[in-house]
Design a protein around this ligand. Structure first.
Ligand SMILES: [Mn+2]
Length: 415
């Protein structure tokens, strides 16, 4: 992503902030895994979206006096030859400036004193922080700890929610984001196709996963965008399954729910296919219901449609399909076979942190995810594609991954 993308995101962020406001955003910190080992560091996605800087313990500070008058500075970790000998070169000030388009770059040790000067300057009334928590029990992040200090040291600064603005920005994807998502779709397709081709009865879930990881590994060091869900047979009834210990037996379906990323943008694609390469009668019956429902959704999604309608209509239509197929007696009982919706947005996150929109608009990208789980038949799978909303309709970005029975069987036969 070019620096202009991040500059543009910040400009739109500053535009929506009140006059006489400060913004402080943290890239995050490592979290201890055990003893002296940390979990792989993962930069805060809002920080990344606004700066393009993928590194721990960075801080962005911006001061907006009035419209058009914004000063910004990013604080990065200083060079440290001894630490860099162990963990590699740190980003240098000129690199940080070139990547983010932020002209002023300082070192993290100066952040507290310089923030203090801004806070007590008398120019600022509000302090924007990103204090989002997905769950109330989530650990405090640097912004939460900074809030406590700011509240006691600078009680005259009113706290404002930066997250509300950033998630609004993230809701609509820009052309360069969509281009990156298309690249991610190709990588994901290659990973799924490789699993389909390698598939045979007796194969273990971890072997499918190894094929997927190997394929993605050819595109760079980043690997899958999120923990892959790859399961077989009855394990497909666990919606978020991560154990990979099971084995695909002849007649079982394999379910994958996976995604690659490219230039910070992700995708999220699910397919369900028979491990032996041929759908049996019941698998075919259920798969056709999901496919018809998905195709119906891609035929009707367009700007102006209420967002809530996506899951509602998918449920209604899938119930009709299952009823027509003789699987479901009463459409009200669709919950027996359809366990989840799936219209979540994708972007910088796989469950993208966006402002849940009332109405669908061009530039949104969200999943159309049709899952069918028939426990009595031992068949569970989902068909999940990424839907880009266009000016007058929508486009299935994941259509390049085999999705009809014919395409899947054909792909597996050529393996
Ligand atoms: Mn998914």
């Amino acid at each position: 992503m070019k620096k202009e993308f991040y500059q543009g995101n910040r400009a739109r962020m500053y535009e929506q902030m009140k006059d006489h406001s400060l913004l402080v955003l943290f890239s995050g910190e490592e979290v201890c895994k055990t003893n002296d080992e940390a979990y792989p560091f993962y930069t805060d996605r809002d920080f990344l979206y606004l700066t393009g800087l993928d590194a721990k313990e960075f801080v962005l500070v911006a001061g907006k006096d009035t419209a058009g008058q914004v000063r910004e500075k990013v604080y990065i970790l200083p060079p440290d030859p001894m630490k860099e000998r162990w963990t590699g070169a740190r980003i240098r000030p000129e690199e940080a400036a070139a990547c983010s388009g932020i002209a002023q770059v300082g070192f993290s040790g100066d952040f507290a004193a310089e923030f203090h000067s801004l806070a007590v300057s008398g120019n600022y009334e509000n302090l924007y922080l990103d204090l989002y928590r997905a769950h109330p029990e989530d650990r405090d992040r640097p912004a939460h700890r900074f809030l406590k200090r700011a509240a006691s040291d600078y009680p005259f600064l009113r706290i404002e929610n930066a997250n509300a603005i950033i998630r609004r920005l993230r809701t609509i994807k820009q052309p360069c984001e969509i281009a990156a998502m298309r690249e991610a779709e190709k990588i994901t397709r290659d990973g799924i196709v490789a699993m389909m081709k390698a598939s045979r009865p007796g194969m273990y879930e971890y072997q499918y996963k190894a094929v997927f990881d190997y394929t993605l590994g050819q595109y760079g060091p980043q690997g899958p965008a999120f923990p892959s869900i790859i399961s077989a047979g009855k394990n497909n009834f666990c919606i978020h399954y991560y154990s990979y210990k099971g084995q695909a037996h002849d007649g079982d379906m394999v379910l994958n729910d996976v995604g690659a990323w490219y230039d910070n943008l992700m995708n999220d694609v699910s397919r369900g296919w028979p491990c032996n390469g041929r759908y049996n009668e019941k698998q075919r019956l259920l798969y056709e219901c999901a496919l018809k429902t998905s195709n119906h959704m891609f035929g009707i999604i367009k700007p102006g449609m209420p967002m809530a309608e996506v899951d509602r209509e998918a449920r209604r239509y899938n119930a009709l399909m299952l009823q027509e197929a003789g699987v479901l007696k009463r459409t009200e009982e669709i919950g027996t076979y359809m366990w989840h919706g799936g219209a979540h947005h994708v972007g910088f996150d796989v469950h993208d942190v966006v402002e849940t929109p009332e109405t669908i608009a061009p530039g949104m990208v969200f999943c159309v995810d049709i899952g069918i789980y028939h426990e009595a038949w031992g068949i569970g799978f989902r068909l999940e594609d990424n839907c880009l909303v266009t000016e007058d309709g929508c486009e299935n970005l994941s259509v390049i991954t085999p999705r009809t029975i014919e395409e899947i069987e054909d792909t597996m036969r050529k393996g």
